[in-house]
Design a protein around this ligand. Sequence first.
Ligand code: CP
Ligand code: NVA
Length: 327
Amino acid sequence: MNGNSNAKDFLSIRDFSPSDIQYLLTLGRQVKAHPTAYGGALRRQTLAMIFEKPSLRTRVTFDVGIQQLGGFSLYLSPAEINLGKRESVYDVAKNLERMVQGIMIRTFSHEIVEQMAEYASIPVINGLTDYSHPCQAMADYLTIWEAKSHLEKLKVVFVGDGNNVARSLAFAGAQLGAHVWLATPPGYELDAASVRWARERGAETGGTCTVTNDPDEAASGADVIYTDIWASMGQESEAEKRKHIFLPYQVDATLFRRAKPDAIFLHCLPAHRGDEVTNDVIDSPRSLVFQQAENRLHAQKAIMLELMKGEFVKLPGLVELQELVHI
Ligand code: CP
Ligand code: NVA
């Protein structure tokens, strides 16, 4: 990568250096500002998209993104591949590496994505696992950067379940020098190892990771308030139980007023309006959720450009790119 890493894959925000993450975000802004400049960069390259869970944004933005770069996508539904049951992860990887130039995979266990990356000689991109959602975090910080013009020292507050989205938000915040707060109900905190990693990386970048069970304390003076559904895909049977537990963590106008007057609201979507967020917050002028959804496209185009560049694209270095972007 034009930061420091030679990563083949995009599996977790943790796998990269702060300058790698900064590089990808900067490339995302450049691609967003000048989409036609990258129109043929991945021509004739094909991305296989393996989905074992539903999707709107991830499917559409990867599909449209690779097309905009001159390539093609293949949508492979749960019924078609049936990973690990109809065919082993190893065999799927060994087939696909001879047919396509990249794999995007959304599945349950993070280990499956890691195995796919180990077995396949081509790039593998994590499109969400139970553990993490790194492409989402790239779009999240792209949106925050656009809104706030910088990222360091911002108070980025996630209210809700200590889930895949919260984890990637904390990892990326640590890489970028942000102050990430996670306000969750007792028993739903982010795991200690993830918090420890965020704190250790933050010690290098100026970022911090604070966990609390108090949403009011977390929201006070926030630059960003972020929430996600209370029961993630695969946890549907817990949805009713969680409604009661999570109700004090709903982002409503009262909680949002604790943030700075120019705070923004983010949500990875899909939203369950009336549960984790009320309509007056998600539909307010301070809500950037649809800009955030669009930024999946630009952030992922940067990731695909970086990983799948092959013979077709020569990317600028970070300093050169920063000059190009003028931000
Ligand atoms: N935010 C997100 O990943 O949306 P989808 O589940 O619709 O892809
Ligand atoms: N935490 C949610 C994110 C959806 C984009 C889930 O995993 O279902």
